[in-house]
Design a protein around this ligand. Sequence first.
Ligand code: GLC
Ligand code: GLC
Length: 808
Amino acid sequence: MRFGHFSDAAREYVITTPRTPYPWINYLGTEEYFGLISHTGGGYSFYRDARMRRLTRYRYNNVPTDVGGRYFYVNDDGDVWTPSWAPVQAELDHFEARHGLSYTVITGERNGLRIETLYLVPLGATAEIHRVRLTNTGATAKGVKLFSILEFNLWNALDDQTNYQRNLSLAEVEVDGSTIYHKTEYRERRNHYAVHAVNAPISGYDTDRETFFGLYGGWNAPDAVVAGHCHNSIASGWSPIGAHQIDVALAPGEVRDLVFVLGYVENEPGAKWESPGVVNKAPARALLQRFSTSEQVDAAMVELRSYWDDLLSTFTVDSGDPRVDRMVNVWNPYQCMVTFNMSRSASYFETGIGRGMGFRDSNQDLLGFVHLVPDRARERILDIAATQLPDGSAYHQYQLLTKRGNHDIGSGFNDDPLWLIEGVAAYVSETGDLAILDEDVPFDNDPEDTGTLFEHLRRSFHHVLHNRGPHGLPLIGRADWNDCLNLNCFSETPGESFQTTENLAGGSAESVFIAGLFVHCAPDYATLAEAVRAPEEADRARRAAAAMSAVVLDHGWDGDWFVRAYDYFGNKIGSSECDEGRIYIEPQGFCVMAGIGVESGEAVRALDSVGKILDTDHGIMLLQPPYTSYHLELGEISTYPPGYKENGSIFCHSNPWVMIAETMVGRGDRAFAYWKKIAPTFREEISEVHRLEPYVYAQMIAGKDAPRHGEAKNSWLTGTAAWNFVAITQHILGVKPEMEGLRVQPCLPAEMTKVEVTRRCRGAQYRITVANRGESGSPRLAVDGQPINGTVVPYGPAGSIVEITVDC
Ligand code: GLC
Ligand code: GLC
């Protein structure tokens, strides 16, 4: 069942009922100011850091699930309703929410009044616009009261929800005409405040929450709205809000636009005040001036659209199947950009308080956006690398504002260092910018202890080699990619963190996954070593990879699939010797991606086992059978009920590894079939089962052992976005930038007979036409009409157009 449809021309998902199976959200903002917005107007906003600069309040895990946002109420002669349906939930004669690229439009109509609100963050602005368009669709004149309302957050989102003895005595505001200034803590150390304004005279306002809602009133029926007027309250401590009242008269057919602005404003420390106690409003006025007419908002929309036109023209496909095209051309890169901006901080499953930027997550996210914003990817790489520790290990997370490693989590996740190699290799392949390898980058942000970026990669690579266990496999440390395989943790204390606790540290637990990742990274690392004229290091790396492959085949091969790990006591995990957790997805994907066993047959065998044991109608499960009880020696993985999260869900992040692996053994049909099972545009038809947004990937879908098999959770902020983009574009469609040229090596399913791809790379434009005749063997390429050997097309000069035809 569907709850809306794609509008491909507009690049929107059009939701046609407010009663979706879960709040379906979108993101506003592309630079520094961001907002989350659900299809019924829920959500919140922040400047740069969702924890430290939160502008508006949101209460997670609420009842009902999504209350709180930037809302508009109507009092139409005593009839109170909200055009976003929530929070009043009065029935609407018409409802539509259109989620587009960095904007959302919500329309509600009732009793002859249509209200369409456009929400966006203009480029170059630290503010969001809510343009409210009221249309009298009836035959009689209308006079209504319109109310805006949002709750100001007291900046630090964690403190805001925990420190009431202080916070309820803190709030301060100013009101000047139609502008409400939220200036809590501005008197002391902050030099920023928020504004909530409208481009029209108002007939009232409230800034004190209790006055607006009533102490016992709620979002469904605020006192002021029901009474039909605000009280011009000035918040003093307690909870500050920004509410406007505007009386609107509309003749039949008349349309009126109101432009509301919620903005973040900074003053220089020396220029904070206009007069004692009165904030300097000059920058706020300048901001509001830029968005004081509906035409200015239209112009901002045009700019925003062209920003996305430009980004999305980097890679396009025409595959003949709109579900493929809209995923590859629009929604997947869009989600990748959101993961670039948010990392794992703010979604409807991540509170914006907890997690910093993950070392491994950020490097993997990069794979999905490096072609869109290479300059920003470069900056990101240097930031990440600066949190690496001198021994080659890495802080597992760092904070965005300070760019410092997070001491609470620390290091010791032994896969982390290798992801830096993946990220840098992707960046250099995309851009050819070898100079980045010579950049001087600190270790642990210490300006006294620096090395070139290549030196960072060298320490990453050798960190694995220096930390091997009894079988010669890499030690796992606190966890590898699977955060929940905590083999040195042995936690018996409720509440203790599985990620940071090592009750039996210094153990000998080893990871076959890290071995696969190591072998996978080695060729790129060797090429980068050659680029910095370190040929001996390149040789060393190739030899080390060959040796590691042999170790994997000796100690990491179980007969029908790759073993997952060895535990603290040297017992196998992910082996037919085990009762539960006999086979895991990760080593099957990564060892095959690394080429281990491709020649000698183990690879196909492992992939066949995946197909037989882990595959379901909803994607590939992480492991089988799931753990049914808590295993002290395994850690968090066995804490989840069977079928959830790492304990046997379809953890979508790791599915594309198997897709890529399938293309490595030439099985395009299988690769594509796996992709279709988890790709949101293909799951749209079963939205009542999947429940989350049909336009972005979710981190996990419940596995077959869970009662709610097929139900997704944790949409938006997941490495799933980047890896699926890599799988579909670089391996199935087969267009992959490499150091020496653009590899064009499609591995297509039979159902895709003709494919056209355009790719911009290093300033040239590639137009690729693929005829898929289902022939096995290597594809045959012609470049500008001339047949070439192999599948790597040398990069054309900037500005050139290169025509490539492929027969396969
Ligand atoms: C989460 C984490 C990621 C980890 C994955 C598997 O998605 O963000 O770092 O690899 O879970 O445990
Ligand atoms: C939990 C999750 C895992 C995530 C980790 C991050 O362990 O199960 O997916 O990576 O938290 O801290």
